[in-house]
Design a protein around this ligand. Structure first.
Ligand code: SF4
Length: 250
């Protein structure tokens, strides 16, 4: 007797885990404690915020790219022979399959940095949690043409700081750093106030990054240097901007 023909059941078929990817590339890490370290970068496309000065609008305001399977990303990472992976965005922490990716990269013994704004708490394998809480200077202006009805301005303002998520990220990640994008000295009280509400961080984790996509001159950084000297924080330039300018894939 012949076997009954089997009918494919789409409900049973599980698609391979995938993530929306804006770009992947090999470069040196330009920011933070691992500045200068050669790394494989994977930029996830999509963000729950809309920073006025976002330097990767192609992963936020105008999220571009397509989905790629975890398998293809891991194969690419392996082929680069890099030891460090930087998972960035956009906002990587909003994606369910993020942990699948970092788990697989860790299985290859890669060191994993996740770059996040710290608004979402998710359990995910990671060796350095790089948190960049967004200050008031990030909120889109009322006249921003990308946001004519102000919907993103309101959403951004309501989402940009999540104390519970920030504390959870500190608690779950012994290796972490805070990178604050600063534009004016008036940003400092906001940072002081935020940090006063968090526990478990140290001054060496805190970095001030001058806002802008051009190398900051001495005048622009003088007050930032003073703030770092007073508080024991670090000045964080963007080495990739110094070396390559504001170019994709660097
Ligand atoms: S959180 Fe990052 S990716 Fe998202 S809008 Fe702000 S700067 Fe751009």
């Amino acid at each position: 007797m012949e076997d009954a023909p089997t009918t494919p059941n789409p409900a049973r078929e599980t698609a391979a885990p995938s993530l929306p990817i804006s770009e992947t590339f090999v470069s040196i890490q330009g920011e933070g404690k691992l500045t200068g370290v050669p790394s494989w970068f994977v930029r996830l496309s999509g963000c729950n915020l809309r920073c006025a000065w976002c330097d990767t609008p192609y992963a936020s305001w105008d999220a571009q790219g397509g989905r790629r399977t975890i398998t293809s990303l891991v194969d690419e990472a392996r082929a680069t022979r890099q030891r460090h992976a930087v998972v960035t965005g956009g906002e990587p922490m909003i994606f369910d399959h993020l942990a699948d990716l970092t788990q697989a990269l860790r299985a290859m013994e890669m060191h994993i940095t996740i770059e996040t704004a710290g608004t979402v708490l998710r359990t995910v394998p990671c060796d350095l949690m790089s948190i960049s809480p967004k200050l008031a200077n990030s909120t889109p202006a009322p006249e921003d043409p990308r946001d004519p009805k102000g919907a993103w301005r309101r959403l951004h303002e309501s989402r940009r700081l999540n104390l519970a998520a920030l504390q959870g990220l500190i608690d779950a990640n012994p290796q972490r750093q805070f990178k604050f994008v600063v534009a004016e000295p008036s940003d400092l009280p906001e940072i002081d106030e935020l940090l006063s509400r968090l526990r478990g961080w140290s001054a060496g984790d805190v970095m001030l990054m001058p806002e802008g996509v051009t190398p900051p001159d001495a005048q622009r950084t003088a007050w930032i240097v003073q703030a770092c000297l007073q508080r024991g924080w670090r000045l964080c330039r963007r080495l990739h901007i110094d070396l390559f300018g504001n170019k994709r894939g660097t």
